[in-house]
Design a protein around this ligand. Structure first.
Ligand SMILES: [Zn+2]
Length: 229
């Protein structure tokens, strides 16, 4: 975190730190670390889980994040992969999550992080029609660009298995780390195509010994920096 803070101070709005899903560990652990280093982040929360699903943040906790200057934005209503949604389901995932967050927190919601990083042109159209302006993917190579009236941004995923040196290389944008992460991302995407989503997720959890309740932070790629206020 200290390294992130150093990089963040080295230029205006250099990094954009984001967290997905709204797991309570983000409030219990990341929030205090961010405050200590005077850093701001965006928390993309699954609105339908808020205050209901054990292990996820409450509305009060989200309101505290917002009061302290962090952004709370949408990660859909139920974490359903948007590429699999019908028109009606897309409406619920996108519009209901947006309005629920806005009603509870009293702040405009104009950005969404796509569950599972899945997207296509139909999903982007629905995002735009639902009033979103920014869409965050999980594609590490993607530069921030305007597509179909939306600002689309890729992100680098930081996991608990990454040591400080690896994160350092990632932030510096050099070394084999970038190539390794890109290669890993392409391998994962290929596996999804070959095995299908369900089989892929089972396989991935088994290999990574991933605890479903643990979440990963993401750092937007260099070109997906926090927009100027
Ligand atoms: Zn998620």
């Amino acid at each position: 975190m200290q390294r992130l803070a150093t990089v963040n101070c080295s230029g205006p709005n250099l990094l954009h730190i984001t967290f997905d899903d709204g797991h309570v560990s983000q409030y219990d652990q990341a929030f205090s670390a961010l405050q200590e280093l005077s850093m701001k982040a965006t928390f993309f929360v699954t609105a339908g889980w808020t205050g209901k699903r054990p292990g996820y943040m409450t509305w009060e906790q989200l309101a505290e994040l917002a009061r302290c200057g962090h952004e709370v934005q949408s990660h859909g209503w139920s974490h359903t992969l948007l590429t699999r949604c019908s028109v009606k389901e897309l409406q619920i995932e996108l519009s209901r999550s947006k309005s629920d967050l806005e009603d509870h927190l009293g702040a405009k919601v104009n950005a969404i992080s796509l569950p599972g990083g899945r997207w296509n042109t139909r999903v982007l159209e629905a995002c735009r029609e639902s009033g979103y302006e920014q869409v965050f993917t999980s594609d590490p190579w993607m530069v921030s660009e305007d597509v179909m009236g939306l600002q689309i941004a890729g992100r680098w995923m930081v996991t608990r298995n990454m040591n400080a040196q690896r994160i350092h290389f990632l932030l510096e944008g050099k070394g084999a780390t970038l190539y390794l992460l890109r290669a890993r991302h392409f391998a994962k995407e290929t596996a999804k195509l070959v095995f299908g989503d369900s089989a892929y997720r089972s396989l991935w959890r088994m290999l990574a010994n991933k605890d479903k309740s643990q979440e990963d932070a993401r750092i937007a790629s260099d070109s997906a920096r926090r927009p100027q206020a």
